[in-house]
Design a protein around this ligand. Structure first.
Ligand code: 6GU
Length: 240
């Protein structure tokens, strides 16, 4: 998979050389290109923003540098442009799986009040465009969001993880949050590992873990569940 990042802060992407994406790079699974949007400006001050038509606070990213960048990088029908913005569709494990099937992702990281709408309209005529948000809070720019999306996608690429089970057994893959986990020692600072986990009874352990996952999900993320039609009041089931 080829990954391009268009940003006015290329230094934000230094972590792509580290850890998981770093390993994927070393193994040749991803080909990373970070670009400074200012290199497609033509004025002395490398201006990327201007005041909004219609007035109002803040600045808007100018269209010309984006258009020139898409041209030079040959962004076409083989690409998915991911525009990171708080007004995008919510990022999810399902979207990560979808993006992991693409040949080339081009991340367009906005700053200020956003990017001139014509950049997105123009881009939609030459590539798939997905405006994506990583949650209901405001970041100063899309760079950190692009990193988060990258990590979620890259770890799903075939050949990335040694153990396929560790991909499917974790939070969000079965629609529930993960159950609590423990390791040695069995007793630590007067706190004991639940007996069931030391029992060797694998069916009981599986039931306990499933109950814990449901309990956690009900308490922390009831939005992931819906009231059960089969069971009585107070019973919930996973939204398919
Ligand atoms: Cl994708 N970008 C920005 N700037 N802020 C955000 C976001 C993205 N997702 C949540 N907040």
């Amino acid at each position: 998979m080829r990954l391009d990042y268009l940003t006015i802060f290329p230094d934000y992407f230094a972590p792509l050389a580290l850890s998981l994406p770093g390993k994927a790079r070393d193994r040749g699974l991803i080909d990373v290109h970070v670009h400074d949007l200012r290199s497609w400006t033509t004025d002395r001050h490398h201006t990327v923003d201007d005041t909004p038509y219609g007035g109002g606070a803040g600045m808007v990213m100018k269209p010309e540098p984006w258009g020139a960048a898409f041209d030079e990088l040959e962004v076409d029908g083989g690409c998915t442009i991911v525009v990171t913005t708080p007004s995008g569709e919510p990022f999810s494990q399902a979207l990560a799986r979808d993006l992991a099937t693409r040949e080339r992702l081009v991340f367009a990281c906005g700053r200020y009040e956003g990017i001139d709408q014509r950049v997105l309209d123009h881009a939609a005529g030459r590539a798939e465009v997905r405006e994506v948000s990583i949650g209901d809070y405001v970041l100063n720019g899309g760079e950190v969001a692009a990193l988060a999306i990258t990590e979620a996608v890259v770890r799903l690429l075939p050949g990335f993880m040694g153990n396929a089970e560790s991909l499917t057994e974790e939070s969000h893959e079965d629609g529930l949050l993960e159950y609590p986990v423990y390791t040695k020692p069995a007793s630590w600072r007067d706190l004991d590992v639940p007996d069931v986990l030391l029992s060797g009874d694998h069916a009981r352990i599986a039931r306990w873990r499933h109950d814990q996952a449901e309990r956690r999900t009900t308490q922390r993320r009831p939005d992931l569940l819906r009231p059960s039609s089969a069971a009585g009041p107070g019973e919930w089931e996973v939204v398919p």
